[in-house]
Design a protein around this ligand. Sequence first.
Ligand code: ADP
Ligand code: MG
Ligand code: MG
Length: 531
Amino acid sequence: GDLLGLDNLVANTTYLKAQQIDRNELRKRRLSLTLPKLKKTSALQAAEGEMYESLCEQQPIGSKLFQQFLLTSNDQYAAAAEFLDELSKWSFAEDEKREKAKQTILAKFCQSQSTGFLSYFTEEDAETCKDLSDSNFDEVILDQLREATREFLKGRPFSEYLKSQFFYRFLQWKEYERQKITDKYFYEFRTLGKGGFGEVCAVQVKHTGQMYACKKLDKRRLKKKGGERMALVEKQILEKVNSLFIVNLAYAYNSRHHLCLVMDLMTGGDLRFHIYDLGKRGIRMECVVYYTAQITSGLLHLHNMGIVYRDMKPENVLLDGKGQCRLSDLGLAVELSKGTIICQKAGTTGYMAPEVLKQEYYRYSVDWWSLGCSIYEMVAARLPFRDFREKVQNDEVTRRTLEDECKFEHKSFDAPTKDIISRFLKKRVARRFGCDDPRSHEFFNSINFHRLEAGLLEAPWVPKPNVVYAKDADEFKDNSDIKDVTFDTKDEKFFREFSTGAVSMQWQKEMIDSGVFDELNNPGHTEGIIS
Ligand code: ADP
Ligand code: MG
Ligand code: MG
């Protein structure tokens, strides 16, 4: 009724306002924040078995502190750090800016008389440097110099770093990262959607102001329906992936009634909503190509990790505030390496590949089939084997999928689009596209994947900041069927296994992006903490 309408309005307003939180308010919230002092044992634990790559390159805070160490130690270390930085700038530069980036590198680092000359280069490296004329200044040579630089850094600089104040600081951050997460860590906002085991709502980390989506799985419902294994698999896969094109997990914790997965907040709505619910049917071609490119990169990322997604469809592709998309809902995903039986029928009707429907053994091919169906749907606002809102039995969709040829009647299909869809919709796995790399298909001619995969290609369409791209919540939630569920020690053990707290990569990014890293790292602020 009207009251519900008012509730929804208030919920939307506070949700939108939270996303625009100002710096002063945040600063007040974290006045009391300090880095923890170190206990000897925890410091040892954090460093144990960790390698240069993880400590100095992959972990965002680790990489920052190692940089700071290099830049403040001596000229040689600083030059090495700057060289790597310039190399990456060159590598990701837009075409028209590459030439300038290249000249900078040549002048600064590659001439033995220049101040930044990299003195750790072997004679061979130095020769290569001298030979660097415009024509052979390419990825291969630079890779060689990049590797030489990394080899150098892994040696003495790294071992000195491990004994420095900077590394001590890193260990403090690791200690902080290990804090126990409860629902007091967040403010909670409106519901964004409903899932099989509970709702997904927007949350905000109190100290950083970072917004996330929190998928709350009802413990009693999980137990009643035997969903615990699936929830754990989803969580374990999510925490392993770290991609711009997949919703990443930032925290896993449990509250009194829920297991909670805290993920990237996607404020732009899902692609199904954009195909059918925004007045005009379908998505314009420029966006279709852009989304498909990001989805393709996301799928390749999963496949490279041995993961089959199995639920590729527009509804599971979510847009963020900048109009970039990510794959979500990894509840059906499965890791091949774990020897899982994989002829199990899983997926959504209309998107399932022939080999799934026939319950044959399958691998990554099924995701490319579903991507073919999804591209078709983005363009034509219907599925290849099922018309929009067509009342048709699943059996008939299955029959058509196995027997019929895909037709392209909609006027928006151009030749490259038809071609790429047809290649994805080959009924025989061996002939299907994708099992090799689809990124070079002419459908993607306008996409620079190198820049796309670094997050540098802007979206052709950006969601409006003052619109909530989610359906309003409806009132009544029936909980009567799960009232009688109780938990034993085995359940409690499972809840603890699930609740691993902050996920390093995401948490460290959050600390940096929100400015907390800089605030707590500035010497004035941290005086008395570092011993
Ligand atoms: P289930 O696995 O139970 O289907 P989902 O993961 O699909 O649950 O989430 C349910 C709904 O919540 C989605 O359809 C979507 O509307 C919303 N949702 C899920 N994840 C996010 C997110 N990261 N950002 C915004 N909304 C989300
Ligand atoms: Mg879902
Ligand atoms: Mg799911």
